[in-house]
Ligand binder design. Structure first.
Ligand code: SAM
Length: 304
C-alpha cells in the first residue's frame, strides 16, 4: 500500500485542485493493485474497487485521502462488468452532485453515479486537443454524452457544435455544462436520436470541419463497436468538409488500435491517419492498447 499512497500523493499535487485520476491500478503498472482506482473529484476522493471485495483493508487509504488538505469526503464504489455498482460513504461527506473543474472549465459531476460521474477523465487529452483546434470550426460531436467535447470546443472558439446522443438525460447535463461555463447557447445544438436510425438531419446541418466519434464499445441494442463502428465511418464523406478532421475514439481494451485503423481504411479511404493522441500521465498502461484509443484523421483537401 505504501507505493500506492506515494503515487496518490504525487498525482494529487499534479491535480492542482482539479479533477484527476489519483491511482489507476487497472492499467497493470502496480502489481497486486489491478483492482483499485482512485479519482479526485474536488473536494471528494472516490475509491473504485473492481472486485467483489477489496483484498486488503482500505483504512490506511481512507485515512491518507482524508488527510489531504482539499479532500472533505471519501466515497467507495464497487464495480465491474458483472455487478451492479454498490456505493457508500467511508469518511466525511460526499455530496450527490458537485461542480468540478478541468483545465479551468466546469462540469456537473455525480461522484457516486452508477456508470460514470459525468465526465470521462481518461479523455482529458482529447478535450485539450479539441479546445486547441476548434477556433472558428463547425463541430459535430457524435455520442456526446454530457457534451464534454462540446464544452471544450466552444471554449476553444468553435463557430458551432452539434451534439448527438440517444440519452436525453445526458444531453440535459450537457446543456447545464455549457451554462456553467457561460458559453454561447445559440451556437450549440443537442439532438437526442439513435444515431444508427437517422442521418438526414446531421447531413443537413453539415458539413463540419471536425467530427468527433466516441461511442460505447458494447451497448447491445444501441451500439456494438465490432459491427456498428464501420457503419458510422462510412458516413464520414457526407459529413466532413474537404480538409476537415475526424477524432475517432475507441475504449474497448479487447480491440486494438489496428481494429479502428483497419475499418477506417476500408470505409473512409479518403481520410489520412495523422496521429494517435497520448493519454494523460494519470492513466499509466502496461499495454497502451488496453487504454482508450484516440485517433486523428484528416480529409484530403484544402483547410489549414
Ligand atoms: C462513451 S459515451 C460517450 C462519451 C462522450 N463522448 C464524452 O466525451 O464524455 C457513449 C455515449 O453513446 C451514447 N449512445 C450509445 N448508442 C447510441 C446510439 N445508437 N445513438 C446515439 N447515442 C448512443 C450513450 O448514450 C452514451 O452517452
Amino acid at each position: 500500500m505504501h507505493a500506492v499512497l506515494e503515487r496518490i500523493g504525487a498525482e494529487y499535487q499534479l491535480a492542482n485542485a482539479e479533477m484527476r485520476r489519483l491511482f489507476h491500478g487497472r492499467g497493470g503498472c502496480f502489481e497486486g493493485f489491478g483492482w483499485l482506482v482512485v479519482d479526485f473529484l474536488p473536494p471528494v476522493a472516490i475509491i473504485r474497487v473492481y472486485n467483489d471485495k477489496a483484498p486488503v483493508s482500505l483504512e490506511p487509504l481512507v485515512d491518507y485521502l482524508m488527510a489531504l488538505d482539499g479532500v472533505t469526503g471519501v466515497g467507495l464504489q464497487y464495480r465491474g462488468r458483472s455487478r451492479h455498482p454498490e456505493t457508500s460513504v467511508l469518511a466525511g461527506e460526499v455530496a450527490p452532485e458537485l461542480v468540478c473543474n478541468e483545465a479551468g472549465l466546469s462540469y456537473a459531476i455525480r461522484p457516486l453515479a452508477n456508470q460514470n460521474p459525468g465526465l470521462f477523465l481518461d479523455m482529458r487529452s482529447g478535450r485539450a486537443w479539441v479546445r486547441a483546434h476548434s477556433a472558428d470550426k463547425r463541430v459535430l460531436n457524435l455520442f456526446s454524452y454530457t457534451c464534454g467535447f462540446s464544452v471544450a470546443a466552444m471554449a476553444g472558439g468553435a463557430s458551432s457544435v452539434v451534439n448527438l446522443d440517444m440519452s436525453a438525460g445526458a444531453l440535459k447535463t450537457g446543456r447545464r455544462n455549457h451554462r456553467l461555463n457561460l458559453l454561447s447557447e445559440d451556437k450549440v445544438r443537442y439532438l437526442s436520436h439513435d444515431l444508427m436510425r437517422s442521418w438526414g438531419k446531421l447531413k443537413k446541418l453539415g458539413p463540419y470541419d471536425l467530427v468527433i466519434i466516441d461511442p460505447p464499445s458494447f451497448q447491445p441494442g444501441s451500439f456494438v463497436a465490432q459491427k456498428d463502428y464501420r457503419r458510422v465511418l462510412r458516413r464520414l464523406p457526407d459529413l466532413v468538409d474537404a480538409g476537415g478532421y475526424v477524432l475517432a475514439c475507441h475504449n474497448d481494451p479487447e480491440q486494438r488500435e489496428e481494429f479502428l485503423r483497419g475499418i477506417m481504411a476500408e470505409e473512409a479511404p479518403g481520410f489520412q491517419f495523422k496521429e494517435r493522441l497520448a493519454q494523460g500521465e494519470d492513466f499509466p498502461e502496461q499495454d497502451s492498447e488496453q487504454g482508450v484509443k484516440v485517433l486523428l484523421y484528416k480529409r484530403e483537401g484544402a483547410w489549414n
